[in-house]
Design a protein around this ligand. Sequence first.
Ligand SMILES: [Fe+2]
Ligand SMILES: [Fe+2]
Length: 199
Amino acid sequence: MTQPDDLTLRARMATEVPAGLLAHIDRVVALTDRLAALHGLDVPLARLMAQGHDLLRAVPDAELLARAEARGLAIDPVERDVPVILHGPLGALELRDRFAIDDPRVLDAIRWHTTGHPDVTPEAWAMFIADKVEPHKLEGWPALQTVLDAALGADGRAPSLERAALRYLDLRQDEAVREHQQIHPMATLTRNHLLRRLA
Ligand SMILES: [Fe+2]
Ligand SMILES: [Fe+2]
């Protein structure tokens, strides 16, 4: 089986992903496409990452934990308390096993799309940012406009996906502190990496 393109993957996902989630994915694909084109990236690659990213987002927490345990995944304590984080790593494995996605760039982007990761591709950052600031998310949390502005260069500086990702991780960290939420260690590692890169 050859690796599908994003439209073929969408058609197959549509039979198992709820309509509301599919609409979110469509918005993320559209914004990823725009960001990837603006930044001169591989648009089909970025679209495929976006299309696959939330395959398992609607799977309940207990089921995510059960699937992670069945696969012998190393489960971080934060993931045990907030199992929704597992939809990224488990989704990557299921896209590989059931949907013939075999490009490691795509699988890594999806694996780490909740927390970010220091070593992902620029296309992965385009998808990461689009996922966080697609129109409905922006409507719910207007501070995210600064993330989108950094990615588009609408803040008077050169457009930068890494600057946008750092801005997002800053906002999330501030929120987590305010709300007394745990912070995933990979989000912290990624934020430290971006702080050094952009210093
Ligand atoms: Fe997600
Ligand atoms: Fe998403």
